[in-house]
Structure formats: structure tokens, C-alpha cells
Write a protein that binds this ligand. Structure first.
Ligand SMILES: Cc1ncc(COP(=O)(O)O)c(C=O)c1O
Length: 393
């Protein structure tokens, strides 16, 4: 058989470790093994009924044709209104485009603004797709480390030291996947100050988990604190996490209107519009009242607490308390076993599925999710405790 001559672009993509682990878990489960899966990256409930009804009605009402690549005007206007009211941002529909999930918003942005060799600073641990999407656009990821003891704080001196003449972007993600960290206001202001000093640097602010935050915390959009940087701050967000609409694939990009135009042109020649009737569902999602979010956050808060307390009680693990999203990112007692080996071994021995830290930039940690029932979290913690005791004592 002749060898396939793959493009350099596609060869730069690393195979997904997460998918490998979940495929193995599925296989073991079909073989009858008792599996406890705490790897979920999505809510464990369905989207609210109103959204589902509005979407199915939209099919019967004929929202089934091609639409504008940038998204339906009504939805773009509704997103602008949401950003004005909830995030205190001065934006209009021209600053917004609807994308196939938040992921495509990041993809479009980097395709539109990065040239070969441009650098993107990514604080570590990071969401695993950032470096891959940067590379696909010809860019070079530059990482800054943080430690769990420091609460994953972005060290401003480190950030400054990584800036070069090729730096084009800094990525921030709050609340964070995988650490659950919410970046405090003072740190956001410091980051804005650094960007102010460098005219060619933009910010990508990933706010996909904005609606999932612990009671006493609240999400702040950096752009609302630095209105003078309005033209250089790009927000990505979407409906996946807050409204449990992961498979619906609706996200959006917010920013300077010429960039939005270029990104729409790119999308018009690649995927075109996001599914027309799903956009009607997203419009309905924006009408869901605050009570819904209070309710889901009460659930997440108690599960996050069970997860954090359970992890803290396992001798040898170090965990920083997560304050948002639905993950914790504990560190293993030592680095004798890689995170990938640990996750494979605990799956084989105890049937527990957790995600290795390696693709998130930390090979001594793992991601564990609380987007599951309390019973499942407690079961997973008990398996984890036994494993740590066996492997590390
Ligand atoms: C931090 C972060 N950003 C972006 C995304 C992508 O979201 P979407 O499903 O809307 O593409 C995810 C999904 O897991 C995420 O965790």
C-alpha cells in the first residue's frame, strides 16, 4: 500500500489522549467491567425544554435553509444585548458572529489574524485545543507555567518575559478548563496593563464557562475593565456549557468589526452558517431567566464541594480549590508515573476514568469532573483513594 503524503498542517496535530482513554473505557464497559466515568467535559442534564421546543418549532416554521455566514441578524442582535446588559460591554451586532461552537470562533480568529511564526502566549495548564488551533494557523504557542500552590496565578513577570517582537496574542480562560480557576479582577487589570504597553498584542478571552461559577464568585469580562483596549480584545463564548447545548454547536466570536467581517468571509468559504433552526434555539436560550442558572449553580456548588473535599482528604494528592466550571486538577504525589500511565492504570485496576494532565500542559496532574451525580463522584473518589494508597505508599 502506498504511503499517504499528509500535509505539514495535519501532521502538526497531536492525537487526542482523551479520546484514546474514553475509547478504552467504552471497550472495558462493553466487556462488563464496572466503570465510573469522571471525565465528562459537558453538563449531565438536557437543555431546558423551552429551547428544545423553540428549535423543533423552528424546523416546522421553515428555518431550514441557508442563512448568512455570520449568523442570523436577530441572534447577533440578541447576543449583543446580552453582552451589553450582563457583561457591561459596548458592542453592536457588527461586533459579533455566530460560529459552530466556541471552538470554531477560536479557529476563525487565529486563521484571520496569525501569520506563520506569530507567537501566542498560553498560560499553563490550558484547554488542550489552544496550542493545536494556534499551530494549525501557522502560529507558535509559547507557554507560561503556573503552580497549583500559587492557585494557578498568572505570574506577570513571567508573562512579560515571554513577550517578543512576534507575540500576537495572549490567551486567558476564566473560569478555566482544566483548573476551575476564576481569574480575580486585580490580575485581569495587570494583564490589561501589560497589553497596553505592547501595541501589537491582542487578547483572546475564553469565557465559555462564565455562567458556571461558585456562589461568592462572579465572572468579569476583561473587556469591561479595559474599554481602551476594545479593538484588541476578542471574546469567545457559546451555549454549550451554560445551557447544556454541547452537541448543538453554537458559539460566537466578539470583537473589532473588520475582524468579524474577515472571519465571516472565512466561514462563508468553509462551513457557512451554523444550522439555521439551532440558531432559533440559541435565541430562546438567551431568554432563559436567572433562576435557571441559580438552580444549576446550586447543584454544581455542592458537587464541586464534595469533589474538592474528597480530593483534599486523599493523602499525597495536592488540589487547589476550583471556583468555577466543573473540574478539579489535582497533582499526583510524584512524577514517577506519567499522567497518561496513571490514567490508564487506574482505569485498568479500578475502572475509574479521569483525564491525563499531559495535553493540558502538566504531566503530573489529572482532570476530574463533577458534571456527574453525587453518588458517582463519591464512588469515583473512593476508587481514587484506594489507587493512590496502592500506587504511592
Ligand atoms: C475552555 C474551553 N473553551 C472552548 C471550548 C469549546 O466549546 P464548544 O463546544 O462551544 O466548541 C471548550 C469545550 O470543552 C472549553 O472547555
Amino acid at each position: 500500500m502506498s504511503e499517504v503524503n499528509f500535509s505539514k498542517r495535519v501532521l502538526s496535530i497531536e492525537p487526542s489522549l482523551t479520546l484514546q482513554i474514553s475509547a478504552k473505557a467504552k471497550q472495558l464497559s462493553t466487556e462488563g467491567k464496572d466503570i465510573c466515568n469522571l471525565s465528562a467535559g459537558e453538563p449531565d442534564f438536557d437543555a431546558p425544554k423551552e429551547i428544545i421546543n423553540a428549535t423543533s418549532e423552528a424546523i416546522f416554521d421553515g428555518y431550514t435553509k441557508y442563512g448568512p455566514a455570520a449568523g442570523d441578524l436577530e441572534l447577533r442582535k440578541a447576543i449583543a444585548k446580552k453582552l451589553q446588559i450582563q457583561n457591561n460591554l459596548n458592542v453592536k451586532f457588527e461586533n459579533i458572529m455566530v460560529t459552530n461552537g466556541a471552538k470554531q470562533a477560536i479557529y476563525n480568529l487565529f486563521q484571520v489574524l496569525l501569520n506563520d511564526g506569530d507567537e501566542v502566549i498560553i498560560p499553563s495548564p490550558y484547554w488542550l485545543s489552544y496550542p493545536q488551533i494556534v499551530r494549525l494557523a501557522g502560529g507558535k504557542p509559547v507557554f507560561i507555567d503556573s503552580s497549583s500552590e500559587d492557585g494557578f496565578k498568572i505570574n506577570i513577570q513571567d508573562l512579560k518575559s515571554k513577550i517578543s517582537s512576534r507575540t500576537k496574542f495572549i490567551i486567558i480562560n476564566s473560569p478555566s478548563n482544566p483548573t476551575g480557576r476564576v481569574i480575580p479582577k486585580e490580575e485581569l487589570l495587570q494583564i490589561a496593563e501589560v497589553v497596553r504597553e505592547h501595541k501589537n498584542i491582542n487578547i483572546l478571552s475564553d469565557e465559555i464557562y462564565e455562567l458556571i461559577v461558585k456562589k461568592e464568585f462572579h465572572h468579569i469580562s476583561l473587556a469591561s475593565l479595559a474599554t481602551d483596549l476594545k479593538e484588541r480584545i476578542f471574546i469567545i463564548n457559546g451555549f454549550a456549557k451554560g445551557w447544556a447545548m454541547t452537541g448543538w454547536r453554537v458559539g460566537y466570536l466578539v470583537g473589532q468589526k473588520d475582524v468579524i467581517k474577515a472571519s465571516s468571509a472565512l466561514q462563508s468559504q468553509s462551513t457557512s452558517n451554523v444550522c439555521s433552526f439551532v440558531q432559533r434555539g440559541a435565541l430562546e436560550a438567551l431568554k432563559i431567566n436567572q433562576e435557571f442558572f441559580l438552580k444549576i449553580n446550586t447543584h454544581y456548588d455542592s458537587r464541586r464541594e464534595i469533589l474538592y473535599k474528597g480530593l483534599k482528604d486523599i493523602k499525597g494528592l495536592f488540589v487547589y480549590p476550583p471556583n468555577g466550571a466543573f473540574y478539579a486538577f489535582p497533582r499526583l504525589p510524584d512524577n514517577l508515573m506519567t499522567s497518561v500511565d496513571f490514567c490508564n492504570r487506574i482505569l485498568d485496576d479500578y475502572g475509574l476514568v479521569v483525564v491525563p494532565g499531559k495535553p493540558f500542559g502538566d504531566d503530573q496532574s489529572f482532570r476530574i469532573s463533577c458534571a456527574s451525580s453525587k453518588e458517582k463522584i463519591i464512588d469515583g473518589l473512593s476508587r481514587l483513594k484506594k489507587a493512590i494508597l496502592k500506587y504511592y505508599s
